[in-house]
Design a protein around this ligand. Structure first.
Ligand code: SAM
Ligand code: DTB
Ligand code: SF4
Length: 325
């Protein structure tokens, strides 16, 4: 049964189960809704890097922190399509385009829609993450054929104001609502390792699991350390078992959502990643860069998946939205 009425107390109790019991429960649910041997793949491209007006304390691309990331203009459509073709050749299912914006300018919308259309015509699922969207912008991207929109809540409502001051959790949830109501699939998750308490991790997942509908995909990022950001002062390493517990809780609270083991895999052993898959993670980013930081090489991921006797999902255009058909 898909529930959207989880309480903090229920989530705390599940999270605190003995590890074997937590894993058993997560696996039972995972196997009911998914083939546990299959991992989805998404490839990321930063289509507009750096110089962002927001002050998110974890991010290399905020103009508020001197991280050394150079600001660029929005890429040309042709260059984005070339990168998408490379991602398709290397086996990615979904192509996710990210921009370091508070929100897109209306003058950029035609170019963004052309990117969506072109990528989709290649047979890739499309995803964008561009900051806040108005309902009109959602409608334009939907008409161009956008399948998914990524907009993370990043942390708990309680910890959010320690992490960013130029936007609020309510702003984030408002865009998520516009995206859902506009018929684009929602990708919404957060980051661990920014100095949050265990209670914040649980609260972040309960916030997602009590939305009117669960996000279609839930990325769980480990904070990728960025020098000279405010989060560097407060960051705490995440106990590997705590990461696995967070993934298991996400799987149990949101049984039908795809849970993506996102940033931070370069610092994880293959054994830890395998535990995350056993706990219910069933998607990763592939390719050796995320937006501005590294990711394991394609051959390493292929070798890991082969040795686990698992497989990457084939491109599945049946999951795409109807708009571009
Ligand atoms: N500007 C848009 C926004 O904020 O929604 C899109 C790009 S932003 C980089 C997308 C997401 O990447 C953030 O919401 C955050 O969850 C994640 N992220 C950014 N920097 C990160 C880091 N250093 N480590 C892990 N995740 C990070
Ligand atoms: C998400 O949750 N993780 C991706 C994607 N959504 C856009 C981004 C990870 C960014 C990691 C830091 C960087 O490469 O700059
Ligand atoms: Fe800008 Fe997004 Fe980075 Fe925040 S997370 S500074 S909005 S690019």
């Amino acid at each position: 049964m898909i529930r959207t009425d989880w309480s903090m107390e229920e989530a705390r109790i599940i999270h605190a189960l003995p590890f074997p019991d937590l894993m058993h429960r997560a696996q039972d649910i995972h196997r009911h809704y998914f083939d546990p041997t299959v991992i989805e793949t998404a490839s990321l491209l930063s289509i507009k890097t750096g110089g962002c007006p927001e002050d998110c304390g974890y991010c290399s691309q905020s103009a508020h922190h001197d991280t050394g990331v150079k600001a660029t203009k929005l890429m040309d459509v042709d260059d984005v399509l070339k990168a998408a073709r490379r991602a398709k050749t290397s086996g990615a299912q979904r192509f996710c385009m990210g921009a370091a914006w508070r929100s897109p300018k209306n003058r950029d919308m035609d170019k963004l829609c052309a990117m969506v259309k072109g990528v989709r015509e290649m047979g890739l699922e499309t995803c964008m993450t561009l900051g806040m969207l108005s309902p009109e912008q959602v409608a334009q991207l939907k008409a161009a054929g956008l399948d998914f929109y990524n907009h993370n809540i990043d942390t708990s409502p309680e910890y959010y104001r320690e992490i960013a001051t130029t936007r609020t959790m309510e702003d984030r949830l408002e865009t998520v609502e516009h995206v859902r109501k506009g018929g684009i699939k929602v990708c919404c998750g957060g980051i661990l390792g920014m100095g949050e308490k265990l209670e914040d991790r649980i609260s972040m997942l309960v916030t997602l699991a009590t939305l009117p509908a669960h996000p279609d995909s839930v990325p769980i990022n480990l904070w990728n350390e960025i020098d000279k950001t405010p989060v560097q002062q407060r960051a705490q390493p995440v106990d590997p078992f705590a990461l696995v517990r967070t993934i298991a809780l996400a799987r149990i609270l949101m049984p039908q959502s795809v849970v993506r083991l996102s940033a931070g895999r370069t610092g994880m052993s293959e054994e830890l990643q395998a535990l995350c898959f056993l706990a219910g993670a069933n998607s990763i980013f592939v390719g050796d860069v995320l937006l501005t930081t590294g990711n394991p090489a394609a051959w390493q991921d292929q070798s890991m998946i082969d040795r686990l006797g698992m497989r990457f999902a084939p491109a599945n255009m049946a999951q795409c939205t109807e708009a571009a058909e």
